[in-house]
Design a protein around this ligand. Structure first.
Ligand SMILES: [Mn+2]
Length: 400
């Protein structure tokens, strides 16, 4: 069977809300044409409580997918939910959809509508022409609960099937931040393919000698260097035991580094403009361009002298241009060095923040019973402050 693996659509992502929809649509359309079944490891939506317009986007996308005449069908399911379809679209909620306890989430909602299957914490078996694929899915959960939950659920491969393990978590080897993050060799053994979401750039690795794949997001979000690669999804062929990456037409993204060493403000300005012009010329549509200024400014100049706001305004119609200023000023050497040599480059600001939050809570003898990750998720929600606080108070003191 051919399995499409698509992840992290982030529908409703404010900065590129149209891209998120259009690129998810292209990925889903292509995947429907090429694959017999789909696996979607989380973060289909960008926020925990998507606006109705964004939920409607999700419904529109998956209704179109559900209309295809799928030959492969779901023939068995080990979980406790009710399934409302047997089409082989197997999803889980990710970090961005996860809500406290049994509050329900947007992926579950699509599952209730019969547009896909929220396969959290269960095995779904799909069959086509006598061939069987079994997918065990670990629904997205707080990082420090992963080990314990895996122990309880004890994911076991199905005999006679091609077995896939799907989840949406950080992996310590890829994000070396917190000991809560699970390591490759702690994943359940015996599966033929491991599929993870969460990380927004493509990862191809091996676990226990078997392929480990992260397709990355279908939309630009973190603007990290690795996101310059083309977006897309994986297509895995169980018969050939091989896979390919199917690119989608996503907004182009360029990172250009400019060394400011011994240059004056005027020179930096003009080099920035030249770089932007060159990149705009070579891209087909409005690209995202991130200029990174680094190095040490010429003596006598200050960061504050460098004002690129006017320059950037000029490109507004032709692209999304931003400048990230990593210029050393004498006082900030140490700080910048630690950021550079640290793991920040490969990690989302959110994961970085989570690491700091956990550290701080540990120091404060936090003992309210709820996991720091869960608390962090709630605190970093996009809702109004009052709402967040009342939800947290309810969670900590009422619902227990
Ligand atoms: Mn994500």
């Amino acid at each position: 069977m051919k399995i499409a693996i698509l992840s992290d659509f982030h529908l409703g992502y404010e900065r590129f809300v149209d891209d998120a929809y259009r690129q998810a649509e292209e990925a889903l359309t292509k995947a429907s044409e090429l694959a017999d079944m789909m696996i979607l490891p989380g973060d289909l939506f960008d926020v925990r409580n998507p606006r109705l317009e964004i939920l409607a986007q999700g419904i529109n996308l998956f209704r179109a997918v559900a209309r295809k005449n799928w030959k492969a069908r779901v023939v068995a399911y080990s979980g406790e939910r009710r399934l409302f379809t047997d089409i082989p679209i197997i999803a889980i909620p990710g970090t961005h959809e996860r809500r406290a306890q049994s509050a329900g989430n947007s992926v579950e909602l699509l599952s209730l509508a019969g547009l896909l299957i929220d396969a959290s914490d269960a095995t779904v078996e799909v069959e086509k022409d006598g061939e069987k694929v079994a997918v065990f899915s670990l629904g997205g959960l707080s990082e420090e609960k992963v080990r314990e939950t895996l122990k309880q659920l004890n994911p076991t491969p199905v005999e006679g099937a091609f077995n896939v393990f799907q989840f949406h978590q950080s992996i310590y080897e890829l994000l070396p931040f917190s000991n809560d993050f699970i390591k490759f060799d702690e994943l359940p053994k015996g599966f033929d393919l491991y599929v993870d979401g969460h990380i927004h750039s493509k990862v191809e690795g091996k676990v226990f000698g078997k392929p480990f794949l992260i397709p990355g997001s279908t939309v630009l979000t973190q603007l990290k260097d690795a996101e310059q690669e083309q977006k897309g999804f994986f297509l895995f062929d169980t018969k050939a035991n091989s896979y390919s990456f199917i690119p989608i037409d996503s907004r182009e993204f360029f990172v250009e580094k400019i060394d400011v060493q011994n240059k004056d403000i005027r020179q930096i300005q003009s080099e920035t403009e030249q770089a932007v012009e060159r990149l705009l010329k070579k891209s087909k549509d409005k690209p995202v361009i991130r200029i990174v200024l680094e190095g040490e400014l010429k003596k006598g100049y200050k960061n504050a002298d460098l004002d690129l706001v006017e320059t950037l305004k000029r490109y507004k119609e032709r692209g999304v241009v931003e400048v990230s200023n990593k210029i050393d000023e004498e006082d900030s050497h140490e700080e910048i060095e630690s950021l550079r040599s640290g793991t920040l480059e490969n990690v989302s600001i959110k994961d970085y923040g989570l690491g700091i939050f956990i550290e701080q809570l540990k120091k404060s003898d936090y003992s309210l019973g709820r996991s720091p990750t869960e608390l962090f998720e709630m605190l970093s929600s996009d809702q109004k402050k009052e709402k967040i606080i009342s939800e947290i108070i309810e969670m900590l003191f009422v619902k227990n």
